[in-house]
Design a protein around this ligand. Structure first.
Ligand code: ME8
Length: 638
């Protein structure tokens, strides 16, 4: 029987922001799924791209004094280059400014209009530019702020075309009820069902107050309107397959899975299927929403200044280690706080001690006992117990991946590795060799090699290059043929001579990167109001004057200096400060600074930091806040 085709998508990312690990997470999960289905022999289409229209992008371009198209070109290129560098196996990178996409959106608009699902009216309501979402007054937080992101909304009154979303309410509810896995995770699906049950309003789908968007089809004679950015963006999933033009690739439709973050699940599981119903196209098989990567509990986003650059992490710790970490660390759908410490723990323990070490052990043992030759000859006869235990775990393991439970998938694969490590401890092949039981000793090594081979194939969608190295060491290639042979048919490896491989996961002793401090947000009227604190709350912070006694560069870091600061009463503090780009050690020694003296000490790159310098930073640079005249060390500020 021919395998079904597979179509996997990521959201198309807004070009107002450079990629961070949140974007990388969605893309890496999607890449994993695409690689997994390809491995199984499915014809697979994997789509990613950038979302380039709308008021948010127009404003981002304007604030940088750029033409929107030029600005979009630049940021879109950043996303594409990063995915290329990360070896993301996309089949198409779509941009909503592509002319074929624009034509496809116009065609869809016209089709829905001709069907009577679009009508002209007046829109009066509130709009959040940051979320590109319309709200009614009752939905707002504190009468004016966006209920999703908390930023102030704008009152909009303009002529608009509307999509008859309300018409599809019952059909949507039927879909959710009939198709158990159409929205993952289940908890999120219930939220969507309740939202739809509360009643759907028709959706404003055009704007007239700005022009950075797809115009209406020419024959509608209304060129002052541009399409609502979400209508434009969602259509990418079909325009990428040639909708409305050369529809050859529409054979991949409906999508097997749309991967999204939980912030945009509503658009994908309400608007998108309703548009598709109107277009009389089949609905996606699954919309899967993951949680957020946070730093100190806050959603990671550029505007909060708390983003982690995925490239920095991949360069410092290895791309595939990072991929493993992201998929192993957080259950799909839940939020996860990013820290280098957890990443290092995963690398040293799961990858180094368990996965890599197993390979090292069989390289060592096979060399010692049999000139590097490994045989599966007596494995079935002597190790039926272990083989059965492995089978029990592997039987359902792929269902976990198909349901995107990537952490449980990896957990199970690591349970299989534990069986292999346990077999070595239990059967002590070194004792068997001593006692001249060479066949039995070689059977243990053969068992472990076979277990490792299976795990390697199944881990290959997540760590493709590492898996290829291990497979080469074990004398096979990772492809659909070996998947069928070793996973589906459960055959054992043919005899082979193991190759030497340097350790794959060298131990990491300490954090490689300086942890970026959240940068203060530039104030603007658009920003949320600052929270008010009492004077007592202010005085909980101990601010003091100090003199820098010594300052040194931290060699491995481009941003950090290590300072020794005299804070009076014979006390000194060691402070690691991110000011290397702005000050040299000589600028600082024997000068006074202001410090926060009662911060909990932390380790930065393995160096103790016992306080923080007061600084002010904007686009022009960073300045230390210092006393105007020389003051006694330790003098309190307040
Ligand atoms: O919403 N943690 O684009 P966007 C995890 N253009 N994932 C995160 C994240 C975080 N902290 N921050 C972002 C848009 N993401 C629209 C999509 S699709 C037709 C249009 C990921 O650039 C997550 O996948 O704001 C989220 O859904 C997506 O980036 C939002 O990207």
């Amino acid at each position: 029987m021919k395998n079904s085709t597979i179509y996997v998508t990521t959201p198309i990312y807004y070009v107002n922001d450079i990629p961070h690990i949140g974007h990388a997470y969605t893309t890496i999960i999607a890449d994993t799924m695409a690689r997994y289905y390809r491995l199984k022999g499915h014809e697979t289409f994997f789509l990613t791209g950038t979302d380039e229209h709308g008021q948010k992008i127009a404003e981002a371009a304007k604030s940088r004094k750029r033409e929107p198209q030029k600005y979009a070109d630049e940021i879109s290129h950043k996303f594409k280059s990063l995915w290329d560098e990360f070896d993301i196996s996309y089949d198409k990178f779509i941009r909503t400014t592509d002319s074929s996409h624009k034509r496809g959106v116009q065609k869809a608009f016209k089709t829905m209009f001709d069907k009577g699902d679009i009508y002209k009216g007046m829109y009066e309501g509130y709009y959040c530019i940051s979320c590109e979402t319309f709200f009614t007054q009752t939905q707002l937080m504190d009468h004016e702020d966006c209920p999703d992101c908390g930023k102030p909304t704008k009152l909009v009154e303009e002529e608009s075309y509307f999509f008859k979303l309300s018409k599809y309410q019952e059909r949507l509810l039927t879909w959710y009820n009939n198709d158990e896995n159409c929205i993952l995770p289940k908890g999120k699906k219930n939220e969507i069902i309740n939202f739809v049950k509360d009643g759907l309003h028709d959706l404003s789908i055009t704007r007239t107050s700005f022009d950075w968007g797809v115009k209406l089809p020419k024959d509608m004679n209304n060129q002052k309107h541009v399409m609502y950015v979400w209508l434009d963006a969602l259509m990418n999933y079909i325009t990428a397959l040639g909708y409305g033009e050369d529809e050859k690739e529409m054979s991949f439709w409906p999508a097997t899975m749309h991967l999204v973050g939980k912030d945009i699940l509503r658009f994908h599981s309400i608007y998108w299927p309703a548009f598709l119903m109107s277009l009389e196209l089949p609905l996606p098989k699954q919309i899967a929403a993951h949680g957020w990567w946070t730093r100190n509990g806050e959603k990671m986003s550029k505007s909060k200044g708390n983003v982690v650059d995925p490239k920095d992490i991949a360069d410092a710790y290895g791309l595939e280690n990072f991929r493993y970490f992201m998929l192993r660390e957080v259950p799909f759908g839940q939020d996860g706080d990013f820290s280098q410490k957890s990443l290092i723990d995963r690398i040293n323990s799961d990858l180094g001690n368990e996965f890599g070490n197993l390979l090292n052990r069989i390289i060592g043992m096979s060399k010692k006992y049999n000139n590097g030759n490994i045989t599966s000859l007596h494995v079935k006869e002597l190790h039926v117990k272990e083989l059965n235990e492995v089978e029990v775990i592997l039987k359902n393991v792929e269902d976990r991946l198909k349901m995107l439970q990537t952490n449980r998938y990896l957990e199970d694969l690591w349970r299989v590795l534990t069986i292999a490590n346990g077999a070595i401890t239990t059967h002590e092949p070194w004792v068997k060799i001593k006692n001249n039981n060479k066949n039995e000793a070689l059977a243990v090594v053969g068992l472990v090699a076979n277990i490792l081979a299976r795990v390697t194939i199944l881990v290959s969608p997540i760590m493709p290059k590492t898996a290829t190295i291990i497979a080469t060491t074990l004398g096979f290639e990772i492809d659909t043929k070996s998947y069928i042979k070793f996973i589906e048919k459960k055959e054992l490896l043919s005899d082979f001579t193991i190759k030497e491989t340097p350790p794959l996961f060298p131990r990491i002793e300490k954090e490689v990167l300086a942890t970026p401090e959240p940068t203060p947000k530039p104030c603007s009227s658009e920003d949320k109001k600052e929270s008010i604190i009492t004077i007592d709350q202010f005085f909980e912070t101990s601010l003091k004057i100090g003199t820098v006694l010594d300052a040194q560069e931290i060699k491995k870091s481009s941003t950090l200096l290590k300072l020794k600061v005299d804070i009076g009463e014979k006390q000194t503090r060691q402070i690691v400060a991110g000011i290397k780009k702005y000050y040299t050690p000589e600028d600082l020694i024997n000068t006074q600074v202001c410090i926060v003296a009662n911060l909990k000490p932390i380790n930065i790159m393995g160096i103790l930091s016992e306080g923080m310098l007061l600084t002010a930073k904007d686009k022009k640079g960073l300045s230390l806040i210092r006393p105007e005249n020389s003051r006694k060390n330790g003098m309190p500020i307040g």
